[in-house]
Design a protein around this ligand. Structure first.
Ligand SMILES: NC(=O)c1ccc[n+]([C@@H]2O[C@H](COP(=O)([O-])OP(=O)(O)OC[C@H]3O[C@@H](n4cnc5c(N)ncnc54)[C@H](OP(=O)(O)O)[C@@H]3O)[C@@H](O)[C@H]2O)c1
Length: 320
């Protein structure tokens, strides 16, 4: 097998243009890992943060937190997979997905079954996150109401649908512009409102905020007594917002955080189970992922589009 491969690297922190398609060594799976011949790599907001240096990583760095592809080789101690088997994988702990070959903890790899490679690269991060956030973090109960920000986006499009699958009552989404309302509605939200108008939407048992800034305060204000706010991102790039602890005490509200990368590092078994469930939900047609594929050589374009906040659904990069 060739010992070099094509990959998109971050040679220095900066704007989308720093991304470079070039040759790097092929990684070999360590104990407990598999290597994967990548078919598609998901393109996420998370990789923007790596590229900007918001997440400090050693350079050069190959980004990419999720892939689909075929098992290439099994590391020591790994069973349960066949070479050539189609899989979806979270490569979120060490990244490396924008490449022809990547390694992953075998616990974070799921048989792809009938789901297909394109969608298989689009679901590991966002759909798995949606199950973990709503079930494990927010402890959503049947009939409870849910508010989700950036509802037409990658993770937003999954949160609304998963809330529904878990038996939620009223499910409302917010978007940043009127043009995104139809896209968010198509993901099954009962109502979709402009984020500026969220004050008029009433109270919710669960609010999921990945936008930050003014959205953080507005989210807290929308919580019903015993409501739970899950903080899981800061897409607005705003300064961090202090959470008023005494206010939580006086109003019976809860604030929790979720980070898939950090949780995957400490609880790969649990994350892997959620990933398998997400793959199954997509394969069964219970969960819809809207995917647009670009070439690996269009990674710069993908980053520009994600950064501009103009995308709906999910972009993936076609590797081979
Ligand atoms: N904690 C975790 O484990 C986890 C997992 C997955 C995703 N996330 C986070 O969730 C967020 C969305 O990720 P994604 O992959 O789903 O990306 P995405 O589809 O690109 O969603 C980002 C959305 O955020 C909104 N936004 C608000 N202010 C923005 C700004 N200044 N620049 C760009 N976008 C802005 C936009 O929606 P509107 O037009 O509706 O405002 C945009 O479409 C990110 O913050 C990401 O880090 C966290």
């Amino acid at each position: 097998m060739a010992n070099s491969m094509k990959a998109v690297s971050i040679p220095e922190f900066g704007a989308a243009e720093v991304l470079r398609l070039g040759d790097v060594p092929v990684p070999e799976p360590g104990p407990g890992e598999v290597s994967i011949d990548v078919a598609y790599a998901g393109a996420n907001f998370a990789e923007i943060l790596y590229r900007q240096g918001v997440v400090d990583v050693a350079l050069p760095f190959v980004p990419g937190i999720e892939v689909s592809g075929r098992i290439r080789a099994l590391g020591a101690g790994v069973g349960g997979f066949q070479v050539g088997e189609p899989v979806a994988a979270l490569t979120i702990v060490d990244s490396g997905g924008y490449a022809e070959v990547v390694t992953a903890n075998a616990a974070l790899v799921a048989p792809l079954g009938e789901a297909g490679f394109e969608v298989g690269a689009a679901l590991p991060s966002n759909s798995t996150t949606a199950f973990l956030v709503l079930e494990r973090v927010a402890r959503l109960a049947r009939g409870e109401s849910v508010l989700v920000h950036a509802a037409a986006g990658g993770v937003g499009s999954q949160l609304g649908q998963v809330a529904r699958l878990l038996g939620a009552g009223r499910v409302v989404g917010t978007v940043g512009s009127a043009a995104k309302i139809p896209a968010a509605k198509a993901f099954g939200y009962d109502e979709v409102v402009l984020r500026d108008e969220v004050d008029g939407t009433g109270e919710f048992d669960v609010v999921v905020d990945m936008v930050g800034g003014p959205s953080r305060r507005a989210s807290l204000d929308r919580l019903a007594p015993m409501g739970r706010l899950v903080v899981m991102g800061n897409a607005s790039g705003a300064e961090d917002v202090g959470i008023p602890a005494n206010e939580l005490w006086f109003t019976n509200k809860t604030v929790s955080g979720f980070n898939l990368a950090a949780f995957s590092a400490v609880a790969p078994g649990e994350v892997g189970r959620a990933l398998r469930r997400a793959v199954q939900a997509v394969a069964d047609g219970e969960l819809r992922v809207e995917v647009e594929a670009l070439g690996l050589d269009q990674a710069v374009d993908a980053h520009r589009r994600i950064e501009s906040g103009s995308t709906t659904g999910k972009l993936v990069l076609r590797v081979r």
